[in-house]
Design a protein around this ligand. Structure first.
Ligand code: KIV
Length: 264
């Protein structure tokens, strides 16, 4: 099986095979996802919240994102590795954005990058990054780096005006040549309309079933999730708690370690 690449990823829109994407932040998880056949591993800036315990994604730095991207790229043999550009790594100037996207690739080992926001604001930046031979994935709808402007993590595109705006932005990103667009927390019927209107694959999260693929946050599917659109596929969190409490009670009762764990 050839490694997933940006051209193969794009082609899947036409073959009709849905794309599976998960966030990954470290080597062992990346290996497990890769072996399970996940198409793309997104080193998301959600790392700040789910792995590092921050309240928002705004506090993770480019160096921290590169650190996690390196772990994930080392763990992936077949999946596409997408590096998420953190807050303030691409907003200040086009030149800085290109340099920072380049670091995600050359230091982190990402194959491509993702950035949040509409073409009206980031069109020039996206073109410049693509001109540096770095494929770009767009991200529209609920864009967590704009949480302070949006006033919380809310479903977007519920009224006619914002629906029309999101459709325009998606078409604009598509015209710029992004290889895919993440649609986060928008009504399912709008996601379906956007998916039909653009030539690149759409990857939904809380956007219904009609998108060309799905992305979820790893911890959300393993028992740490609480939002409506996630699903616990295996409750690893409970399994971990069980293992940890067994360990505590066996250490306390003296049933661990036994002779078989000793060196002579
Ligand atoms: O950072 C992230 O995990 C993301 C996904 C939710 C799309 O951007």
């Amino acid at each position: 099986m050839p490694r997933m690449s940006v051209p193969i990823f794009k082609e899947r829109k036409h073959s009709g095979d849905k794309l599976s994407v998960l966030t990954a932040y470290d080597y062992p998880s990346a290996r497990a996802m890769d072996e399970a056949g996940v198409d793309a591993l997104l080193v998301g800036d959600s790392c700040a919240m789910v792995l590092m315990g921050h309240e928002t994604t705004l506090t993770i730095t480019l160096d921290e994102m590169i650190h996690h991207t390196r772990m994930v790229s080392r763990g992936s043999e077949n999946a596409l590795v997408i590096g998420d550009m953190p807050f303030m790594s691409y907003q200040v100037s086009t030149e800085e954005a290109v340099r920072n996207a380049g670091r995600m690739v050359s230091e982190g080992g990402a194959h491509c990058i993702k950035l949040e926001g509409p073409p009206e604001i980031f069109g020039e930046t996206i073109t410049a990054i693509q001109n540096a031979s770095i494929p770009v994935m767009g991200h529209l709808g609920l864009t967590p780096q704009s949480v302070n402007v949006l006033g919380g993590y809310k479903v977007q595109g519920r009224d006619d005006e914002s629906r029309a705006q999101l459709m325009e932005s998606a078409k604009g990103l598509d015209a710029l040549g992004v290889f895919a667009i993440v649609l986060e927390c928008i009504p399912a019927d709008l996601a379906a309309e956007i998916t039909a209107a653009v030539s690149c694959p759409t990857i939904g999260i809380g956007a219904g079933a009609a998108t060309d693929g799905q992305v979820l946050v790893m911890h959300d599917i393993l028992g740490w999730g609480f939002t409506k659109f996630t699903k616990t596929f295996v409750d690893v969190k409970s399994e971990m708690e069980t293992a940890f409490s067994h360990y505590v009670s066996e250490v306390q009762s003296g049933t661990f370690p036994t002779k078989e764990h000793e060196f002579s």
